[in-house]
Design a binder for this molecule. Structure first.
Ligand code: MV4
Length: 522
């Protein structure tokens, strides 16, 4: 087993990996940028090495400096976390060339699954269902038109080097093709330095359901079931759950089998995720892409299966066999995770950096919070502004939602805007509670919410008009009262008991009302 592991990341995932290291008696080593000198992940580790300026290209993406830090520390392995260099085959190779262990798959497996067209070829060869489409790059819009005619519209143009929705174009009919082809190519070139695009039949309003797989270097490959990730905003996951409300044991077994076949085909090792698009009505599923890393949403799988995926990544990378077989994987209960961000949900989810001057993290039955910040910390503009991943487990989905709702209400962050209020609404949303999740969920949620807010605004305006009318009537009544009875009251003999002074106050207040009435009429 390793004695020291360098964690080539920051924030909550660096903290998560450091915890797994501690469990295994391994000493965690941090890297940090100039902006992260006092960050939580640094203080959770035994040693820390500065790797450059705040901008990640100058620090967390500097392969040379990271390997240098690993050498200096005497770490035997590097855990990349997710994001940054986690799916960079050049990094995996450089780590290996430095005589260190990369905690993840081989550079070759990463490359095969990194290109979308190459990954589609792998999946087809493995015998897994793939979205109908091409595996060779398109050469002209004329060729795209011909192929689209075969599959039928709508189709999608995608960048071979892409992923996560960048450089993607929906084409609804032939007349849209020429301009869509040009734009998709230009976008692909600009975003990835590679203009190669290919075509897929569009699956309408699909679910995004992914399978967690795990493989050791001895030929054992298992799947840990699915995660439902359909709730996304601008291709960013917002809420993830395990299991999917759509899946039953049969669909899980079939998707799992497909995922395992794909992983075997590339001699995959470690943790990986196979993404599928699922047609809600038919439950047909299609391979979409593979993520060759530990994913943000791995806690929901851990809560339901009971395995520690990071611990398993480390032991497998050290050459051990998987600690469990497929038969040992038992799914118990339901888990849901919210990605809590320093973003303003009332202002188009604009990043809301700043100092966290108060932080109370929820706890209690079934609650797990994977955080990367603490009270007093600064959420900087340089990195992903995630504060934590809040996950709830329950015996049933309903119980998980009850606990998540309670935890979201308990969660308190002061000093910066967060997405907590947005999640508090979602966990009370009827469609969410019913599990009607597909990739159109967020759009429908906002449409419903805005309609509701408008209805509320109308009701408020009506109530205000009503209140104004009642005031006007009161003023008129007071003015009339003063006009007809005021003189008599003023001429009344003063008496010095309590009731008289009350009477005098009333007179004064009538004077004031008369004055207000005059003002009101002017
Ligand atoms: C699709 C699709 C429909 N048909 N491909 C979006 C991000 C990238 N991972 C793939 N994406 C999609 N690919 C075909 N052939 C619909 C989407 C899609 C989507 C997928 C998953 C989660 C949210 C989404 C939101 C819009 C579009």
């Amino acid at each position: 087993m390793f004695r020291k592991i360098l964690i080539a990341n920051r924030g909550e995932i660096a903290v998560r990996v450091a915890r797994a290291c501690r469990d295994l008696g391994i000493s965690p080593v941090a890297i940090f940028s100039e902006a992260d000198q006092t960050a939580l992940h640094v203080r959770m580790c035994d040693e820390a090495y500065e790797v450059g300026e705040a901008a990640s290209v100058e620090s967390y993406l500097r392969i040379d400096r990271i390997i240098d830090a690993a050498r200096k520390s005497g770490a035997e392995a590097i855990h990349p976390g997710y994001g940054f260099l986690a799916e960079n085959a050049d990094f995996a190779r450089a780590v290996q060339d430095a005589g260190l262990t990369f905690i993840g798959p081989s550079a070759e497996a990463m490359e095969l699954m990194g290109s979308k067209t190459s990954a589609r070829r792998v999946a087809i060869e493995a015998g897994a269902p793939v979205v109908p489409g091409t595996t060779e790059p398109l050469t002209s819009h004329a060729e795209a038109l011909e192929i689209a005619k075969r599959f039928g519209y709508p189709v999608m143009l995608k960048a071979s080097a892409g992923g996560g929705g960048k450089g993607m174009r929906l084409v609804k009919s032939a007349n849209e093709m020429p301009s869509a082809f040009e734009t998709a190519q230009a976008e692909a070139a600009a975003a990835f330095g590679n203009a190669e695009i290919y075509l897929e039949k569009a699956i309408e309003r699909p679910r995004h359901i992914e399978i967690q797989i795990f493989a050791d270097a001895r030929g054992n490959v298992v799947h840990l079931g699915e995660r439902e990730c359909s709730i996304q905003r601008r291709h960013q996951k917002v809420i993830e759950e395990c299991p999917s409300p759509l899946n039953d044991a049969d669909l899980r077994a079939r998707m799992g089998e497909g995922a395992v076949k794909i992983a075997r085909r590339v001699n995959y090792t470690g943790a990986g995720t196979i993404e599928f698009l699922v047609a809600d009505a038919t439950r047909d599923f299609y391979f979409l892409e593979m993520n060759t890393r530990l994913q943000v949403e791995h806690p929901v799988t851990e809560l339901v299966t009971g395995f520690d995926l990071v611990r398993e990544q480390i032991t497998v990378a050290a050459g051990a066999a998987l600690s469990f077989t497929q038969a040992d994987v038992i799914w118990r209960g339901h888990a849901i995770e919210c990605r809590v961000y320093a973003e303003d949900p009332d202002n188009n989810f604009l990043p809301a950096p700043g100092k966290i001057n108060h932080l109370r993290v929820p706890a209690g039955p079934g609650i797990r919070d994977d955080g990367g910040v603490e009270q007093g910390a600064e959420v900087s503009i340089y990195y992903d502004p995630m504060i934590s991943k809040l996950a709830a487990w329950g015996r049933t989905r309903a119980e998980a939602i009850d606990r998540l709702r309670r935890a979201l209400d308990e969660y308190s962050v002061g000093g910066i805007k967060t997405t907590l209020p947005f999640f508090r609404e979602i966990v009370r949303d009827a469609e969410f509670i019913e599990g009607r999740l597909d990739t159109g969920f967020i759009e429908r949620f906002f449409a419903r919410r805005n309609a509701e807010r408008e209805a509320h605004a109308d009701a408020d305006a009506a109530a205000r008009a009503d209140e104004q009318q009642r005031r006007d009537i009161a003023i008129i009544a007071a003015a009339l009262d003063y006009t007809f009875t005021g003189e008599r009251n003023l001429n009344a003999t003063p008496q010095h008991d309590a009731s008289t002074s009350f009477q005098q106050k009333r007179e004064e207040s009538r004077w004031r009302m008369a004055g207000r009435a005059a003002l009101h009429n002017s």
